[in-house]
Design a protein around this ligand. Structure first.
Ligand SMILES: [Zn+2]
Length: 291
């Protein structure tokens, strides 16, 4: 079965770096049929930002990569901005946990402002380190996460969460945290989801599934909302550490070919889920390129 006409092909979570493939990676995505990317900010410098100006510069870098991808390749890129969760740990080592938390909050406020100014579409990625941290740092990780949820609530935007792999109980716990912060659970996306969760048992928190072949097969019949992502890192020091940016378009072709209703299923991750979580639909122009 061919891909449905007018269907955008969306990777819901990737990174690009000015020191990596950058826009060239987006060319691979486009060549494979991709049309829209959600681009998460990251620390581009290799040293932890210790000032709000460094974060401003980082967000500008993300935004410029997004602009270039659109102008040069015709792929629409939606920035997702936040101070990287691990920054909090690295900054705590340098300036102490209290000052690190204060900087982290200021950077989250800055991300919220960028969303309100329509230069980004969500707060992310935020959350908890996926590895063990010392107790004095644990004490600032949770307040930082709560603060991020509060910024998303005040900004009225989704929040993309980075944390360890979660089962349905873990999803429900996240939903509870959202409600405590006054945020609807349906505005929380658990990125890098590596196992299928039952939508009826995950408290309304939305999985963004890693587009591995086996996992995609398992989730394709799931009720929405859910997304597909590569979490492409664009890190020249770690080639092949993650899925390439061409993966989601390739999976889309495979889904369409796999079963008679495969093409219909693709509207869930690429259009309907974006509309449910973000409130708008990725669109294609008459030429089939991103609007
Ligand atoms: Zn990421």
């Amino acid at each position: 079965m061919p891909l449905p006409r007018g269907l955008p092909i969306v990777d819901h979570h990737c990174h690009l770096s000015p020191h990596g493939d950058g826009v060239r990676a987006v060319e691979r995505f486009r060549a494979a049929g991709g049309t829209h990317l959600f681009l998460a900010s990251q620390n581009y410098e290799g040293t932890v930002p210790l000032s709000i100006e460094s974060y401003e510069h980082q967000f500008e870098t993300t935004w410029l990569l997004a602009q270039r991808a659109h102008e040069e390749v015709g792929v629409r890129v939606y920035p997702v901005l936040a101070p990287y969760p691990v920054d909090l740990l690295r900054a705590a080592e340098r300036i102490g946990p209290a000052a690190a938390l204060e900087l982290h909050r200021a950077a989250l406020e800055l991300a919220g402002r960028w969303v309100r100014e329509k230069r980004a579409v969500a707060i992310g990625e935020v959350g908890r380190p996926h590895f063990a941290v010392p107790p004095e740092v644990t004490d600032v990780v949770e307040p930082a996460f709560r603060y991020a949820l509060g910024v998303a609530r005040d900004t009225d935007c989704p929040v993309v969460v980075h944390c360890s792999d979660l089962d349905e109980a873990g999803f429900r716990e996240l939903a509870e945290r959202a409600r405590e912060a006054g945020l609807p659970p349906g505005r929380i996306v658990k990125h890098y989801a590596r196992r299928r969760v039952d939508p009826a048992a995950s408290g309304g928190v939305v999985p963004s599934y890693l587009a591995r072949r086996e996992l995609v097969r398992q989730v394709v019949s799931s009720a929405g909302p859910w997304f597909l992502e590569t979490d492409f890192l664009d890190d020249p020091r770690r080639p092949g550490a993650v899925l390439d940016l061409a993966t989601v378009p390739r999976r889309a072709v495979a889904i369409a070919a796999d079963s008679p209703n495969g093409p219909d299923r693709l509207w869930i991750p690429f259009v309907e889920s974006v509309e449910r979580v973000y409130g708008w639909r990725p669109e294609l122009g008459p030429e089939g390129a991103a609007e």
